[in-house]
Design a protein around this ligand. Structure first.
Ligand SMILES: *Cc1c(COP(=O)(O)O)cnc(C)c1O
Length: 397
């Protein structure tokens, strides 16, 4: 069979692949310490589950409007108004099957062959592959660990060509845990306005911030930049609802309408029951998120301190999301049982095979020097995993 050439350009999500391998090993009875999974270990709040149960009992189990229920789009409009002070009409909000699906709808509605989208790196793996799936090019903007992964506005502007359509902004960032302050976002906004670009602002970790960090949405920096920003968010991370598959986009009417058409011809509406659950989460999940973030904060300190205590490893303190992204270049070049561990992928394989520790290598995120560890996992897993990691790295010679 001759498949479409676009599928040859992409690879399965490496984070999902590592998580699947770790789960398969655990199912065989192997004691795996799993740092790979990018989802909260907390259970979905009971009030959210109750809303879903009520929806099922009430027979709310049929198609909804393709773009999402009035009720949920209304809840998103209210949230954006109350939390960010932004006014959207319901027609500017599209509910999709997860934020990943929202992003995919943007890519389909926006990108044509040869179009370019600028993505600061290290970056979440799906951004570039979604561009590739739509025959566009992902133009990567490197940022530096020693500069806190800050975006250099001049470098950003140098990458712009007549084919550039959009800039991707992900703050707090997966995998680095970096957050962008107002000044950085203002500089990006000025460039987007000057060059007539769309800003795609993935704010899925907005609530998961530490040390008093305040999440700033680029769309709040003025009416002109709001008019060319599409905010992407969802309930997966903030309310421990990764399996429910609800995300949303809010942005320019024309773009949202086009995305809605794409969705109506591809998936139709997201799950009716999950939409009811998401309304409950948005309306009264705030206290749950706050409790969860307090716990993530505790774990963050333990894992970062533990990683920094390991010879050859150094780790910045993340200010958002729930990932540690240690620099492991100090252990690369050492020798393991299967030869020299040259790359983060070699290291991840070594750790998985010999020590049963699952981490995600940096390469698919655009880094040759890091691995990603999620700390959205129990404290006991973290302390046990750190001990095991220390021993496993000490065995490399
Ligand atoms: C988890 C994640 C998403 C997607 O989450 P959904 O479950 O699809 O809503 C989007 N962006 C980033 C950066 C993520 O880490």
């Amino acid at each position: 069979m001759k498949l479409a050439s676009r599928v040859g350009r992409i690879a399965p999500s490496p984070t999902l692949a590592m998580a699947a391998t770790a789960k398969a090993m655990a199912a065989q009875g192997i004691d795996v310490v799993d740092f790979s999974t990018g989802e909260p270990d907390f259970d979905t709040p009971d009030s959210v589950k109750a809303a879903a149960e009520a929806a099922i009992r009430a027979g709310f189990t049929k198609y909804t409007p393709s773009s999402g229920t009035e009720e949920l789009r209304g809840a998103v409009v209210d949230k954006l108004q109350h939390e960010l002070g932004l006014r959207y009409e319901k027609s500017q909000v599209l509910i999709s099957c997860g934020a990943k699906h929202s992003l995919y709808n943007v890519a389909e509605a926006l990108l044509e062959a040869g179009d370019e989208i600028i993505i600061p790196t290290p970056y979440w793996v799906s951004y570039s592959d979604q561009a590739l799936l739509n025959d566009a090019t992902a133009v990567l903007l490197p940022t530096k660990e020693e500069e806190g992964y800050a975006i250099d506005a001049e470098e950003l502007e140098r990458l712009i060509t007549p084919r550039t359509k959009a800039i991707l902004v992900n703050s707090p960032c997966n995998p680095t845990g970096a957050t962008y302050g107002r000044a950085t976002l203002e500089a990006i906004a000025a460039i987007a306005l000057r060059h007539d670009l769309l800003v795609i602002s993935d704010e899925i970790y907005e609530k998961i911030v530490y040390d008093g960090t305040v999440h700033v949405s680029i769309a709040t920096l003025g009416a002109d930049i709001a008019a060319r920003t599409v905010i992407i968010n969802g309930v997966s991370k903030a309310y421990a609802m990764t399996g429910w598959r609800i995300g949303y986009a809010a942005g320019p009417r024309e773009l949202i309408a086009a995305m809605g058409n794409v969705q109506s011809q591809s998936t139709s509406n997201p799950c009716s029951i999950s939409q009811k659950a998401a309304v409950a989460a948005l309306r009264d999940g705030g206290a749950f998120t706050e409790r969860m973030v307090v716990e993530f904060d505790r774990r963050r300190r333990v894992i970062v301190e533990g990683l920094n205590a390991i010879r050859g490893v150094s780790c910045r303190m993340p200010t958002g999301a729930f990932y540690a992204f240690p620099n492991v270049s100090g252990v690369l070049g050492r020798r393991g049982p299967d030869g020299v561990v040259k790359t983060p992928t070699d290291l991840a394989n070594y750790l998985l095979n010999t020590a049963h520790i699952a981490v995600v290598p940096g390469e698919p995120f655009g880094s040759q020097a890091h691995v990603r560890l999620s700390y959205a996992t129990g404290m006991e897993t973290i302390t046990r995993g750190l001990e095991r990691l220390d021993k496993a790295l000490a065995r490399l010679t």
